[in-house]
Design a binder for this molecule. Structure first.
Ligand code: SF4
Length: 265
C-alpha cells in the first residue's frame, strides 16, 4: 500500500517550512489547531526576527504574540514558545536535542512533535501519528487502536525503519487529499483495491473526484503535473500557489468589506 501511495505522491514532504531543527520544532508547536499554510505564512517573519532558541527566549511574549496571531491561540502558543526556548537554552545549550528521550522532556513536546523533528530535521526514522495517520492506519487495518503510541508501535512492526518517515508523509498526504475524516473519496482512491474500508466513503468515481483536495482537486491538473515534474521543488511550488490563493482571499475579503461599507454609506 505504501508503494502505491509513494508512486501517487512522489512529491510528498513535510508541509511545514523550515531550515533547521529549531525552526521545525517551533513550526510544529504553532501548527496545533491550525493549518500548515497559516503557519508557513507567519514563520518567515518570526524566524527573521528570532532565528534561534536564545533569541526567542529573550523576546517579549507580546512581540511573539503579535507575529503569530494568525495561527490562533496565540497567547498560549507564545507562552509555550517562550518557555520551550528557555528550556532549550538552559538544558541543551541553545541547541535542539536530536534524541527522542531528550525532546519529550521539553515543555509541550510529545512523541508526535518529537518524531516530526527527528524524522525531518535529523534524519532519524520515526512514525508521526497525527489525526490523519491514526484514522488511516485504522482504515487500512494496520492497527485497531485509538492510542497514538500503540498505533505507532503497531505500524513500526509492519514496515522497516527506513520507510517510517516517508510513510508518515504519504499517509498524511492521502488523509488530507483523499481519505477525509467524514467523506473519504473511495471512488477516486489509488489504494481502493487494497483497502479493507473501501465503501466507507463515496464510491461513485465522478462524485468522489469532486471530494478531492489541493493539487488533486478537479481543475488543478496542471499544478499536480508541475509538482510531479519538479518533485524536488514541490514545496516551493505549493507555497507559491498557497500565497496566490491567500492573496486572492484577502482581495475578496477587502472587496466584500468595501461593498459592505458602501451599502452602509
Ligand atoms: S478506499 Fe476509501 S477508506 Fe480506503 S483509503 Fe481509499 S478513500 Fe480511504
Amino acid at each position: 500500500m505504501d508503494r502505491i501511495l509513494a508512486e501517487f505522491y512522489p512529491y510528498a514532504h513535510a508541509e511545514l517550512d523550515f531550515r533547521s531543527p529549531f525552526e521545525l520544532l517551533v513550526a510544529t508547536v504553532l501548527s496545533a489547531q491550525t493549518t500548515d499554510v497559516r503557519v508557513n505564512q507567519v514563520t518567515p517573519v518570526l524566524f527573521a526576527k528570532y532565528p534561534d532558541a536564545r533569541a526567542l527566549s529573550e523576546a517579549e511574549p507580546e512581540e511573539i504574540e503579535e507575529i503569530i496571531k494568525p495561527t490562533g491561540f496565540f497567547r498560549a502558543k507564545a507562552r509555550s514558545l517562550h518557555v520551550l526556548s528557555q528550556r532549550i537554552v538552559d538544558d541543551f545549550d541553545g541547541v535542539v536535542p536530536g534524541r527522542l528521550e531528550d525532546l519529550v522532556t521539553l515543555p509541550g513536546v510529545g512523541r508526535k512533535t518529537a518524531n516530526v523533528v527527528l524524522g525531518n530535521a535529523f534524519g532519524v526514522p520515526g512514525i508521526t501519528v497525527d489525526t490523519h495517520f491514526g484514522r488511516l492506519a485504522k482504515r487500512f487495518g494496520w492497527t485497531a487502536s485509538e492510542d497514538p503510541v500503540k498505533v505507532e508501535q503497531d505500524v513500526m512492526e509492519l514496515f522497516p525503519p527506513g520507510d517510517w518517515t516517508m510513510l508518515s508523509h504519504h499517509v498524511v498526504f492521502h488523509g488530507r487529499r483523499v481519505c477525509h475524516a467524514r467523506k473519504p473519496a473511495c471512488g477516486a482512491c489509488p489504494v481502493a483495491a487494497l483497502c479493507p474500508s473501501f465503501g466507507d466513503g463515496e464510491t461513485d468515481p465522478e462524485k468522489a473526484r469532486r471530494l478531492l483536495k489541493y493539487e488533486l482537486a478537479p481543475g488543478q491538473e496542471d499544478l499536480r503535473a508541475e509538482m510531479i515534474e519538479n518533485v524536488h521543488r514541490a514545496a516551493e511550488i505549493r507555497m507559491r500557489t498557497q500565497r496566490a490563493a491567500a492573496a486572492q482571499n484577502t482581495a475578496a475579503d477587502a472587496a466584500r468589506n468595501g461593498g459592505a461599507g458602501k451599502d452602509r454609506a
